[in-house]
Design a protein around this ligand. Structure first.
Ligand code: ZN
Length: 251
């Protein structure tokens, strides 16, 4: 493993020697993306938390491949594959004991990731109970749910037949069920397609989620796939929303 200083920001939360001592011999159990962080569960008892900051390149390599010219961090697995990270601007690689995860200052405030098994219908109901405000701003707030964002929310709300400005307290049980299902459907579909077309995955492949894949998102003037009404672009709070005015009428 290699590391270097970026300006006055250190990427690691300990010395390189300590980091290597802990990371050595650990087994990767699973990887979860939570907001802008990657949570890599290492057995036994550790998490490696990676935040790529702005514009970092995380590139997977095999023993036969040439490494990128520049990188600040390199991790090699037992089978000699691994990944390098080139940080352009800040970014972190932290090792945290499992028992201290909730005390990790930079990630403790993040909501549960919608693709994790902890994100159940019960969890969503609990999150929404006694909440004021509009459904869209609630869902894209990382403190409530980590990682929905303004891109996928468009089709999630369309699938759930909800107007972005619908007040949370007016949501029926049925609407919350539909919302939960829509979050799962849209995000899982995006994972299957390898993410957005401008994103690259672990292997450097571009995602296949192009503009055509959206139901209503980023398609103003195009017909709604359900009823044919023209999709509208509206302002909702500080963000743009794409809706079918008929299927997603404000209640
Ligand atoms: Zn429609």
């Amino acid at each position: 493993m290699q590391t270097s200083k970026l300006g006055s920001q250190k990427n690691l939360n300990m010395s390189v020697q300590d980091f290597m001592k802990i990371a050595k011999e650990k087994i990767v159990k699973n990887v979860l993306s939570v907001g802008k962080w990657l949570f890599i569960k290492l057995d036994p008892h550790y998490y490696m938390l990676i935040n790529l900051g702005m514009n970092a390149d995380l590139i997977y390599f095999t023993p036969k491949q040439k490494l990128p010219e520049k990188y600040q961090f390199k991790l090699t697995f037992t089978d000699k594959t691994g990944f390098t990270i080139q940080f352009q601007w800040f970014g972190y690689v932290h090792l945290i004991q499992e028992k201290d995860l909730s005390k990790h200052k930079l990630t403790a405030h993040l909501g549960i990731s919608p693709v994790s098994s902890e994100f159940t219908l019960e969890h969503l109901k609990k999150l929404l109970s006694n909440k004021k405000g509009k459904i869209k701003s609630f869902l894209i707030n990382q403190k409530n749910i980590a990682g929905i964002g303004n891109v996928y929310i468009q089709d999630i709300l369309f699938k759930a037949k909800l107007h972005p400005n619908q007040q949370i307290k007016t949501l029926s049980e049925k609407e919350i069920d539909a919302l939960y299902k829509a979050i799962h459907d849209i995000l899982n579909r995006s994972i299957r397609l390898g993410g957005l077309a401008y994103e690259k995955d672990f292997y450097g492949q571009k995602g296949k989620f192009t503009l055509n894949e959206f139901l209503v998102g980023y398609k103003p003037g195009k017909p709604c796939p359900t009823c044919g009404t023209s999709i509208e672009k509206i302002r909702t709070g500080g963000t743009a929303s794409y809706i079918c005015p008929k299927c997603q009428a404000l209640k």
